[in-house]
Design a protein. Structure first.
Length: 640
């Protein structure tokens, strides 16, 4: 048995690996960048070592330094987690050459499955069904456009390298193709250093269903059933569940056996996931699925498989890497209940899901029976611009799907996170959507979800509580007794003393930077909200801002700092929505623009964000140069 493991990763997956390793009595060694010195995975590990500066290419991607450290500290194996070096064939080979066990497949297997075009050809030879499309060396835009016409719209452009939804674009008509191709290639080059793409037929009403497989050194293989990952945003998974709703035994067997044929084709060892696109237009059928790609690592969503099978997949990884046979054979594996996982991101769901950075002021997820929390952060930690904004995964296991969705939704409503914007409210709304509950969904569900008419949130109780918070702050700052502030020092104070309901007052407050009027009451008992709330509002005080969390959704609270007037002038201020690099500038000084024009593109976290004109007019100021690093809220240009 391997007795010591270096975890070449950070965040929640590093913590996840450490938990299982410790239960197995395996010594754990963490690495960390300069900004991660106080991170949770550093505190959990038996020992931890600084590997470099904050940028990933100066820390978590330094393959040679990581292997040298493993040898220095006596680590027998390296667990790469997911992301970073987990699917790097060269890293796997270097580990083997150095005599350190790579907990994952061989360099050959990673290389075979690492490029989507080569993998599809290999799968075709292994009798695994693949989606019709173009895979080839000719990457001339005009030639690719011709291939798209031959395939038939809609099509999907996909980077052959990497994953995570980067370098992917759906195109519905030929007039959109060249712009989408350019964006996909740029994004792929920034993320993976490889801008080669393939083109596939886009399956209408598609479901994204994947099979968890495992292989050992002795040629044994099993599949641990399926996960449905259809709820995606920008091709990034948001909600995952197991088993897949509507799955039949015949289709499960057909997909499982196809996944094992895929794994056998590359002599696979360890944990892997074979991802399929499934035609969900007329129910799930054994002849209606096609290979998309194979992820040669542990998946983010692996906990739902662990929940329904009762197996610890990290333990399986360690045992297989130690030279043991698979802990179970196919006949010994079965499905128990239903599990659903949501990914909690530091992002602003109301503003195009832009990542949110800063200090986590509060972080509390109730962990009742059936609820599992996988996280790598805690209150007081910083969300850095250098890394993926995923903070945690919340997983619910219950006897059936309806119970799992209900319990997970209740947990999200009771979750309190403040300091950075998070997608909890968005996740809660997804789980409570009637179509999703009724199993009427595909990979386009979230896009349609945003098109549904919905009422504006009622912030009456939040604004009232905000007014109370800010009023008390003013009273305390001025050292004024609340019994005399704006109440007793008035001509009608006698009436209040006789037990009347106190004086109602209005305070202008800012809720998530938008103006609201909050009603509060002040009387002999102090200050209280002018309206009652059916739910308990959680109040969190930070150094720079205060926060109120209501039913899982957080609101930043400030005193009102600007006037309602001059909205058209404000519309002419084009600012960066987040920290990043001004990657593209489409206008020059003096240009005439029309509302809706894409003026510039900011690249952040290897994703492109369009800056769009809110008003028509003339560009009168260019405040930033092409290629310059910009901060959140920084002025880019002005339109008059």
């Amino acid at each position: 048995m391997i007795n010591s493991i270096l975890i070449a990763n950070r965040g929640e997956i590093a913590c996840r690996v450490i938990r299982t390793a410790k239960q197995m009595g395996v010594r754990t060694i963490a690495i960390y960048s300069a900004v991660d010195a106080n991170a949770l995975h550093v505190k959990m590990a038996d020992e931890a070592h600084l590997i470099g500066a904050a940028p990933v290419n100066e820390s978590y991607l330094k393959a040679d330094e990581i292997i040298a450290l493993a040898l220095k500290v006596g680590a027998q194996a390296i667990h790469p987690g997911y992301g970073f070096l987990s699917e790097n064939a060269e890293f796997s080979q270097k580990c083997a050459d150095a005599g350190v066990k790579f907990i994952g497949p061989s360099a050959h297997a990673i290389k075979s499955m690492g490029l989507k075009d080569a993998a599809k050809l290999l799968m075709q030879q292994a009798d695994v069904p693949i989606v019709p499309g173009y895979i080839g060396d000719n990457q001339q835009p005009e030639y690719l456009a011709e291939q798209a016409i031959k395939i038939g719209y809609p099509v999907m452009i996909k980077a052959v390298a990497g994953g995570g939804g980067k370098g992917m674009r759906r195109v519905d008509e030929k007039s959109q193709f060249l712009d989408a191709l350019g964006a996909a290639k740029r994004e792929a080059m920034a993320a993976f250093g490889n801008d080669i793409v393939l083109i596939e037929k886009f399956i209408l009403n598609p479901r994204h269903i994947e099979i968890q497989i495992f292989g050992d050194q002795f040629g044994n293989f099993v599949y641990l059933f399926e996960r449905d990952c259809s709820l995606q945003r920008r091709h990034q998974k948001v909600v995952e569940e197991a088993p897949a709703p509507g799955m039949t035994p015949d289709m499960r067997q057909a997909m499982g056996e196809a996944a094992i044929r895929a794994a056998k084709a590359v002599d696979y060892e360890g944990a892997g996931t074979v991802e399929f696109i499934v035609d969900g237009s007329a129910g799930l059928k054994p002849d209606g699925f096609w290979f998309m790609e194979m992820n040669t690592r542990l998946q983010v969503e692996h906990p739902v498989t662990e929940a329904i099978t009762g197996q610890d997949l990290v333990e399986w990884q360690i045992r297989v890497a130690s030279g043991e046979t698979l802990p179970k054979n196919q006949a010994e594996l079965s499905i128990n209940g239903h599990a659903v996982e949501v990914r909690v991101y530091a992002e602003d769901a109301e503003h195009d899901f832009l990542p949110s950075i800063g200090e986590i002021i509060a972080f509390d997820v109730p962990q009742t029976d059936g609820i599992r929390l996988d996280t790598g952060v805690k209150a007081g930690d910083e969300i850095s611009r250098h890394y993926d904004p995923m903070m945690a995964k919340i997983i619910c296991h219950a006897p059936n799907r309806k119970a799992a969705l209900s319990k997970l939704s209740k947990t999200l409503r009771a979750t309190v996170i403040a300091g950075v914007k998070v997608n909890i409210g968005f996740l809660r709304d997804l789980l409570e959507d009637t179509e999703f509950i009724a199993e009427t969904f595909d990979t386009g569900f979230i896009e349609r979800f945003f098109d549904k008419p919905r009422d504006e949130p009622d912030l009456t109780a939040v604004s009232a509580m905000a007014a109370v918070m800010l009023t008390e702050k003013i009273i305390n700052a001025k050292n004024i007794n609340s019994k005399t502030h704006q109440a007793w020092d008035r001509a009608d104070a006698f009436d209040m003393a006789q037990g009347n309901n106190g004086r109602k007052s209005i305070m202008d407050v800012m809720i998530n930077n938008q103006p609201h009027q909050g009603e509060y009451i002040i009387d002999a008992a102090g200050v209280r909200p002018g309206v009652t709330s059916e739910t308990a509002l959680n109040i969190i005080h930070g150094n720079a801002h205060d926060y109120i969390v209501d039913q899982g959704k957080g609101y930043q609270i400030d005193a009102r700092i600007y006037d309602d007037g001059g909205q058209s002038e404000a519309g002419g201020q084009v600012t960066s929505p987040m920290p990043g690099c001004l990657f593209k500038l489409n206008v020059a000084l003096g240009d005439e623009v029309v509302a809706g024009d894409v003026l510039a593109i900011v690249e952040a976290m290897k994703m492109e964000h369009n800056l769009v004109a809110e008003i028509s007019g003339t560009v009168t100021n260019l405040a930033v140069s092409l290629g310059e690093q910009v901060s959140e809220g920084q002025l880019i240009l002005r339109i008059e």
